[in-house]
Design a protein around this ligand. Structure first.
Ligand code: PNW
Length: 460
């Protein structure tokens, strides 16, 4: 390591999860169905027939899970609220038992010195709202704002970091364009409408927060930097389309007040003309931006690939994770520096970053060796330090994920946790990557200057 690694003294180090992926008991205590309980009950939608009915049983084991975070020295925890626990029908009657669950969790986190960071929407739309059109119904901005008001009213005295939506791109691309995620539609006419209503709902919730909230609110987007496979004009144009579709589709309207021109090119007749006033709603001022980073994409033109006409180019020298994502820490620095360049200086949190690897089943001996995940963690944290050095106002970093959990339609087989979960017994075992991360957190990143972690991997 050539330069010393430095992080701000109040840097928020933590982990992230989401409700449907870890909680289990999705219908307990009066909660309603979500599009994910439905999707999971539809044969063939989730690998291996897995569901979130039990998941990590966090709904009952939350106290132990907070104790585990404390043991690892975590400073923050990002989780999401299940809308259908609070409003079983999505609108209307409030379910007090659902509110009480998150009260207990928030209080326990604070009692253990862990900062709660709360996401309002991490993909589990109440099924009753899907029956009314879900993200395709423009009324959803009002439904979401009403839900947000209830949640802000209840918890804003204790929660200082709020996120409206997690990854609108994934909600739309998986849920409405390619059909791989709930609600499983595959329709190029629906996708732009769903995206637009997600952004309107985000803006409406921020407006409510400005009225009644006292702390910080932001949006979380997944960013995958795009690099051209060659300097041939068609590859460069393909790269621009991919970046516009995945990255700028959300950030441009929020921060610059309009969509990238490439979207019309991509969607053709399916791209609507939007009313100008919508952009006033969408572009509410935010207190921070949350960025999820997993991988990069090298792009080439491919006319056969619907609808983007872009194909990914595999890198022969690279390591790929179990979800097929290239390990590329430099992309995290590029993403953070690139954000600042295009949208300006503002507080940034990396709200998710992690990797799925096959972990050899050694948990029975009390250890799980995950050297590849450790390498990723080291590389990514060095990439954060490089971004800070280049002037990025980075305030925190959340590892995805605290626990192995339900990786949506890929089921439980893809493990992102730094803590191993034996789903038969619910036993939790911190992997070597968790021990490494605990040291990184305890030293505020400085231990990365040393040849950290080799002893962890060797002292089995
Ligand atoms: C995120 N992509 O999803 C989600 O926020 C998590 O719930 C999920 O478990 C985690 O990343 C790992 O997948 C993504 O295709 C899904 O670029 C897909 C993409 C990015 C993020």
């Amino acid at each position: 390591m050539t330069r010393p690694i430095r992080f701000p003294s109040n840097f928020l180090w933590g982990t992230a999860t989401s409700a449907y992926q870890i909680e289990g008991s999705p219908l307990a205590d009066g909660a309603g169905h979500s599009i994910w309980t439905r999707f999971a009950a539809t044969p063939g939608r989730i690998a291996n027939g897995d569901t979130g009915d039990v998941a990590c049983d966090h709904y009952r084991r939350w106290r132990d899970d907070v104790a585990l975070m404390r043991q690892l020295g975590m400073k923050a925890y990002r989780f999401s609220i299940a809308w259908s626990r609070i409003l079983p029908q999505g609108t209307g009657a409030v379910n007090e038992a659902g509110l009480a669950f998150y009260d207990r969790l928030i209080d326990e986190l604070l009692a253990n010195g862990i900062e709660p960071m709360v996401t309002l929407y991490h993909w589990d739309l109440p099924a009753a709202l899907d029956d009314r059109g879900g993200w395709l119904n423009p009324d959803i901005a009002d439904w979401f704002a009403a839900y947000a008001r209830i949640v802000f009213d209840r918890y804003d005295d204790r929660v200082r970091h709020w996120v409206t939506l997690n990854e609108p791109w994934v909600v739309t691309d998986g849920g409405y364009l390619h059909g791989t995620l709930a609600p499983g539609h595959r329709n190029a006419y629906e996708a732009p409408i769903a995206s637009h209503n997600l952004l309107r709902a985000h803006g409406a919730a921020v407006q409510v927060y400005r009225e009644i909230g006292r702390h910080q609110i932001g949006l979380v987007v997944n960013i995958e930097p795009k690099y051209p496979a060659s300097d041939a004009p068609e590859d460069v144009a393909a790269t621009r389309r991919a970046d516009a579709y995945m990255n700028r589709q959300y950030l441009d309207p929020v921060f610059l007040g309009s969509y990238p021109a490439e979207l019309k090119e991509i969607f053709g007749p399916a791209w609507p003309d939007w009313p100008a006033r919508d952009f006033d709603l969408i572009s509410q001022k935010l207190d921070f931006i949350g960025i999820n980073y997993y991988t990069r994409n090298v792009c080439r033109h491919d006319g056969a690939n619907w609808p983007l006409q872009v194909a990914p180019v595999r890198q022969p020298q690279a390591t790929y994770t179990e979800t097929g994502w290239e390990v590329f820490p430099q992309g995290l620095t590029d993403t953070l520096v690139g954000f600042k360049r295009r949208y300006g200086d503002m507080p940034v949190y990396v709200m998710e970053n992690g990797s799925a690897f096959y972990d050899p089943p050694q948990a029975a001996h009390g250890r799980v060796h995950d050297p590849l995940r450790m390498d990723c963690l080291r590389g990514n944290i060095a990439a954060l330090a490089a971004a800070i050095e280049q002037g990025v106002d980075l305030r925190g970093y959340m590892v995805w994920s605290l626990l192995d959990n339900l990786e949506w339609s890929l089921g439980f087989a893809k493990r992102f946790g730094i803590v191993h979960v034996d789903f038969a017994t619910q036993r939790r075992t911190p992997k070597d990557s968790a021990l490494l991360y605990a040291r990184i957190v305890a030293s505020n990143g400085a231990c990365l200057d040393e040849d950290i972690g080799n002893d962890i991997a060797n002292d089995s």
